[in-house]
Write a protein that binds this ligand. Structure first.
Ligand SMILES: *[C@@H]1O[C@H](CO)[C@@H](O)[C@H](O)[C@H]1NC(C)=O
Length: 405
């Protein structure tokens, strides 16, 4: 026993940068990612056991509002904006020092009928798109690490979805939306987000065309979000996941897994099925770690109690890292172990260097200024004023985000 303890101490001393705690975000950062994150929906905010985990920075460094920033929530009728639902999640994330993936601006689903069933001309629909994107992006300006500008524009066969945007504006609505978002917040990273683009196929090829169309039209796209809704035992191999990530990074954009979950086809899952789920989760996280421009992994969400899976895929479930009574499952333990080993492995060192550049702006912990509580005050790409109004100080949360806390 004494010998074992001594060895543990020596190992801990030898790997000074590895946090003692086993929480996912701390471990992911030590392994070279920018964050390990989760989606959080509004109904779960009243569950204090849940929020204690969701808004714990050691566990999750990034939050995605699951529904509160979608069109039907933000602009339920033409020109009438409501940020209550979105802000309820983003304010908690910001208090915890977590960065935000903001989600989403243009999607065929959860789109109010005044948009989807309106009678539009090219001019009037472009005007509605511009107003919606500009208003929402300006509301969250300086707060979002990234925006999912367009979500799920492709059908399952890789054709454009025949939604109101495509039917009236054609393929050009996508570059149009990215230009509007770029104009409203030059610092936020702009993402295209979709599912079934995590491996080779017609849909991946079509998503590549979307990226190229934005770029060739003079628009800015910074990233592609691969949702990662997988099935236990059918999750693609690490090699095919890495190849798909590299297909996108070759276009000059970063990538992230943005909505990861791995569902069992029948529940309750056996012990063996839970081990397979753990292996599948590790496969996805390891694919991200293998690609320098894969910035992070976000789960959707982390607790089976709040999973979207059972209501969407009848009979399926238990897709998340914590059980519905908030107990960590084997998948959690396996990801944590994998990230720990990745942080200590020599191969992870170049990844650390390339994905977490040192902030070049001066640390602003002492400078006074006028930024209010929770406002951004520094970080890569931030061009606003430094410094915080008393009594707040500008605290560096990561390379991309310093905040008045
Ligand atoms: C985050 O969770 C860890 C592990 O449970 C705990 O030690 C730590 O105190 C928590 N942090 C906060 C701010 O609650």
């Amino acid at each position: 026993m004494a010998k074992f303890n001594l060895r543990s101490l020596l190992l801990a001393a030898a790997s000074g940068s590895v946090p003692a705690a086993g929480q996912l975000n701390s471990l992911a950062k030590a392994a070279g990612l920018l964050y390990f994150g989760t989606a959080v929906d509004n109904p779960s905010l009243t569950n204090t056991a849940y929020t204690a985990v969701a808004f714990n920075l050691s566990e999750f460094g990034q939050i995605t509002p699951a529904n509160g920033q979608k069109w039907d929530s933000i602009e339920p009728s033409n020109g009438v904006y409501s940020y209550t639902q979105g802000d309820a999640v983003t304010s908690k994330a910001q208090s915890a020092g977590q960065i935000l993936r903001c989600h989403n601006l243009v999607w065929y689903n959860q789109l109010p009928s005044w948009v989807s069933s309106g009678s539009w001309t090219t001019t009037t629909l472009e005007s509605v798109l511009t107003s919606h994107i500009t208003n929402e992006v300006l509301h969250y300006k300086g707060q979002c690490y990234a925006w999912d500008v367009v979500n799920e524009a492709l059908s399952d066969t890789g054709t454009y979805r025949a939604d109101v945007f495509y039917n009236i504006l054609g393929t050009g609505y996508i570059p149009f939306a990215f230009k509007a978002a770029a104009a409203a917040d030059p610092a936020a990273k702009l993402y295209y987000n979709d599912y079934n683009i995590e491996y080779a196929g017609a849909k991946l090829t079509a998503a590549v065309s979307i990226v190229k169309n934005i770029q060739s039209s003079g628009g800015r796209i910074d990233g592609v979000g691969l949702q990662g809704h997988f099935i236990v035992g059918s999750t693609p191999s690490k090699a095919s996941l890495v190849a798909a990530l590299q297909t996108f990074t070759a276009l000059g954009v970063e990538v992230a897994y943005t909505e990861l979950d791995v569902r069992h086809s029948s529940v309750p899952a056996s012990a063996a099925a839970q081990q397979q789920q753990a292996a599948d989760y590790v496969t996805v996280v390891s694919a991200c770690l293998a690609v320098a421009k894969c910035v992070g992994v976000t789960v959707w969400d982390f607790d089976d109690q709040y999973s979207w899976v059972p209501s969407t895929f009848s009979g399926s479930g238990e897709a998340d890292l914590w059980s519905s009574n908030l107990v960590k499952k084997p998948a959690y333990t396996s990801i944590a172990s994998f990230l720990k080993s990745a942080a200590t492995a020599p191969v992870a060192v170049p990844t650390v260097v390339t994905t977490t550049p040192v902030i070049t702006t001066a640390p602003a912990t002492t400078a006074a200024g006028s930024n209010s509580h929770y406002a951004q005050c520094g970080g890569i790409g931030f061009t606003g004023a430094a410094g915080c109004a008393s009594p707040y100080t500008c605290s560096t949360l990561n390379s991309y985000y310093a905040q008045c806390l």
